[in-house]
Design a protein around this ligand. Structure first.
Ligand SMILES: Nc1ncnc2c1ncn2[C@@H]1O[C@H](COP(=O)(O)OP(=O)(O)OP(=O)(O)O)[C@@H](O)[C@H]1O
Ligand SMILES: Nc1nc2c(c(=O)[nH]1)N=C(CO)CN2
Length: 174
């Protein structure tokens, strides 16, 4: 049985529509959806700002690898095109697997195809802030409480630019 935290990001096209499509297609197993946040681009500043959110998932049948398969299927469905020359460049939809638990045990893996926890999650206010809002006691395996991570220099500096967009809810999409 696995639980997973996935992060969603979009900065091209109809950003909200891409996030909504991801939430809809992740469907069964969705436990909680964060609010939507407007965030400055991280890692490559010459691109539009992002909408970011985090979802908490739980599916007794899913392996850790299944979460990556589902994440990548969502990205493909939203027409994501990878630019090999821009590692952190713009995209219609990015779905990252932030962390996975098998029962109470965190899944740790240094496989480049699926590194767990996500190797840059602890540095990203655009992941930590939405996650904290839906699970204040959460811990990122190997790094500790996410509330404390948001107090570390990189995320703390970036947090000032992270803005809640309550009018852009992902929860009631009918
Ligand atoms: N935890 C993870 N979540 C998503 N992809 C991962 C993870 N660990 C490794 N990968 C691998 O990373 C590769 C590149 O993924 P992607 O293009 O989404 O990266 P990115 O979004 O540009 O950068 P970042 O992973 O820093 O957000 C994928 O082929 C995937 O197999
Ligand atoms: N604010 C923000 N910046 C990013 C994001 C993202 O989702 N949000 N995703 C990236 C992909 O690696 C690179 N930079």
């Amino acid at each position: 049985m696995t639980r997973a935290v996935l992060s969603l990001g979009a900065n091209l096209g109809d950003r909200l529509a891409h996030l909504r499509a991801a939430v809809r297609s992740l469907g069964p197993g969705l436990v909680r959806v964060s609010g939507v946040y407007e965030t400055p681009p991280w890692g490559d500043s010459a691109q539009p700002s992002y909408l970011n959110a985090v979802v908490l998932m739980d599916d007794p049948a899913a392996t850790a690898r299944d979460w990556l398969t589902r994440a990548q299927a969502c990205e493909r469905a939203e027409g994501r095109v990878r630019d090999p020359d821009r590692r952190f460049g713009p995209r219609t939809l990015d779905v990252d697997v932030i962390a996975v638990w098998d029962g109470d045990r965190p899944v740790l893996d240094d496989d480049p195809e699926l590194t767990l926890p996500h190797p840059r999650a602890h540095l990203r206010a655009f992941v930590l802030a939405p996650w904290l809002a839906v699970d204040p006691d959460a811990e990122l395996p190997g790094h500790g409480p996410i509330a404390a991570l948001l107090d570390t220099p990189g995320p703390a500096a970036d947090l000032a630019g992270v803005r809640s967009r309550p009018e852009l809810s992902l929860e009631s999409m009918e």
